[in-house]
Design a protein around this ligand. Sequence first.
Ligand code: IMP
Ligand code: MG
Length: 178
Amino acid sequence: MEQDLARVIVTPEQIRARVGELGAQISKEYAGKNLLMICILKGAFIFMSDLVRKLDIPVETDFMAVTSYGTSTESSGVVRILMDLERSIEGRHIMVVEDVVDTGLTLKYIIDNLKARGPASVKVATFLDKPSRRRVQVEPDYNGYVVPDEFLVGYGLDFSEKYRNLPYVAVLKQEVYS
Ligand code: IMP
Ligand code: MG
């Protein structure tokens, strides 16, 4: 696997430190509220599992699987829900947990879809943000790291379903996907 990677851009130590900071910040800002975290599968499963363990407030979890049509490294903005939430979010304080916000098309679709269900509030936590690639206006409320416009794998992010298990984030060599 390592031979497919150009370089590591977020190390396991950096991940641990940043997720800890985000957990502390979210715990503080949601103290006294009943937070429902929504993991966007599959990419966010590792970030979500680390993040919830850094919260010292009561939290509930739910899961939603989406797929975005497009080529293997570019999303189209046409999103399909493969698996929906188990429970209603009406009147709830929800936080959407994503692996990476790239063009923003997927997140925009998810936010609009969830807002239509009448939650009390909607915020977004993403582990990675690629603001230079944005095509629609969406801003994560909590962000781990801002990253450059390169195709990344690891810590939940995949190429063709592989590399999600890497304990760091790395740039995938262009020759692997082009
Ligand atoms: P967006 O709709 O362009 O913002 O894309 C969001 C989704 O595309 C993410 O949830 C990822 O599944 C995928 N994605 C975007 N950039 C990367 C990347 O660098 N590596 C792996 N997946 C990515
Ligand atoms: Mg994803």
